[in-house]
Design a protein. Structure first.
Length: 144
């Protein structure tokens, strides 16, 4: 088993589906940037989450959210894109998902200070708190 930790941003909102057996499966694309010799490159990861283990957290994930995923790396697949260039598809099954403290914010400093206090409340929910206060949060209270 190969375990990897990936920090990046969501390329789209998570997609929730169910298998024919009724098992819940959530998938999303995660973009991570690398820099080598002054050149920046983006690697796209397809992340799969089985079951309902991260339901409270996933409901807050939107396109552009900065997150960190830890999970099992699957064997990369090579395919040819529309332009005829070879591409690599990299997939992982997440065993841990958390908000990234390194995401850039376009908001002023005063707004970020109020978000940091709300981030502590949200972090408690993301690790399995039974609090129902999460549904009462407004967009301004979510720390991303």
């Amino acid at each position: 088993m190969n375990i990897v930790t990936i920090a990046g941003r969501l390329g789209a909102d998570p997609d929730v589906r169910f298998t024919s057996n009724g098992k819940k499966v959530t998938t999303f694309r995660l973009a991570s940037n690398t820099r080598k010799a002054g050149k920046e490159d983006t690697i796209w990861w397809r992340v799969t989450v089985w079951g309902e283990q991260f339901d409270k957290l996933i409901s807050f994930l939107k396109k552009g959210s900065a997150i960190i995923c830890v999970g099992e790396l699957h064997k990369p697949e090579i395919f040819t894109d529309r332009e005829g260039k070879p591409q690599i598809s990299v997939e992982m099954t997440a065993s841990s998902i958390m908000f990234s403290p390194f995401g850039k914010s376009d908001k002023p400093a005063a707004s970020r200070e109020s978000e940091s206090s709300n981030a502590n409340e949200l972090a408690e929910v993301s690790v399995g708190s039974k609090s129902d206060d999460v549904q009462d949060l407004t967009d301004d209270e979510i720390p991303f």
